[in-house]
Design a protein around this ligand. Sequence first.
Ligand code: ADP
Ligand code: ZN
Ligand code: MG
Length: 480
Amino acid sequence: MAREDYEIVIGLEVHAELSTKTKIFCSCSNEFGAEPNTHVCPVCMGMPGALPVLNEKVVEYAVKAGLATNCEIARESKNDRKNYFYPDTPKSYQISQFDKPLCENGFVEIEEENGQKKKIGITRIHIEDDAGKLNHNEFGGGSLIDLNRAGVPLIETVSEPDIRSSKEAENYLKKLKSIFEYIEVSDCKMQEGSFRADVNVSVRKKGAKEFGTRTEMKNMSSFRSIVRAIEYEADRQIDVIEEGGKIEQETLRWDDVSGKTFSMRDKEDAQDYRYFPDPDLVAIKLSEEYIEKIKNNLPELPESRKARYIEEFQLSEKDSNLLTASKHLSNLFEEAEKNCKNAKAVANWLLSDVSRILNEKEMEADQIPFTAEQLAKMITLIEKGTISSAIGKKVMMELFENPKDPEEIIKEKGWLQISDEGAIKEVVQKILKANPQSIADFKAGKDRALGFLVGQAMKETKGKANPQMLNKMFIEELKK
Ligand code: ADP
Ligand code: ZN
Ligand code: MG
């Protein structure tokens, strides 16, 4: 059988670090990037006898996440110990939630390639503490432990095995990430590990009722690697089955350099962890009013913004999707639109030049250095004819390098558009003189010659000449 005869089945477990001020069970700072072992205390260092106290904000953030993903919120839930030994976990257990998670039975809607919507089921969202971090020391040969991350609050969002391709997996992760950003429960910085996924993959023959055996790749934190890893792993599994073999349920490690997966260990079952209710923590009981209040205070979500952009600004579904994927980009768009009242132009700049520059510089939208006012001002200057859009592109580069009032940039750089008739005429005559062939071509009916001449004049003036005036004057001169 060929690859097309198989279907890929994917389920994702996403860990998001919550952006609360303090850790989940102690009052240590939850800030990222401090000197190793400076945000620690007996509780998060796992000292015997130290007592954890649940941070109420963690519950609030998890409930927010649950409501934003259409989950049912448990009126009563609890914390359980998940027992295992690993050197980055000083307690030798993780405090998680086993059979009574805070949120269950939700869904997130994604767009498929054909534009159709698809619901990806959310099995559960629960709260738990993060582990410390082992830094393998290449020089000393040993490993150093940093417990700043131990006790950082996490929500784990477990999806149903509803995802059917690497593209759908990417769309789902992007949607979930943008929802968490919108409701401000996590900064979702993938490069800092605050949004990472365990990727479960299996394959089955198309039309089969039962799922195949899955493998799991843990802690993946780049969309590109996740897509590559799913593709590779599905192909590998299909090959094994085609050769008459069986898939082992196991945990794999994806290696980005070789582009392959490697076996790490057999998959452990829930019973291996010997879960039991944490005796140091009380049950979590939520009142109706508490949940209602969080619900009423949820900010606008990407879906609703998207609908608004299509309706209010007549933007395409695709553009609205791209703009709202990042809350920062979307905020920038809205503010700039308020300032210049030209939604189409703002959207175009953000989705073309700005996105391209972000890509080139490997920057995220929240690192855009200029303000909405500056972007709006530049668009207004183009509309008024003060600068051409060619110069606009240069101003945009400048806004990334050295952001300030575009008017000042133009003055400093001498980029004002040339709209003076005398000056334009001078350029036109110079270009005509240098290109007699084009004059002949134009007279012979080749309209392309005009475009060429305008292009030469633009080059001559470094993009500063007013293109409409150039066009007009060339035609006048050529028809003489
Ligand atoms: P754990 O990894 O903790 O043992 P679960 O059994 O709850 O957890 O499943 C974890 C993830 O694996 C879920 O996201 C689920 O959708 C996904 N999953 C379960 N079975 C399959 C399968 N056959 N193929 C792909 N994904 C699966
Ligand atoms: Zn602490
Ligand atoms: Mg798992």
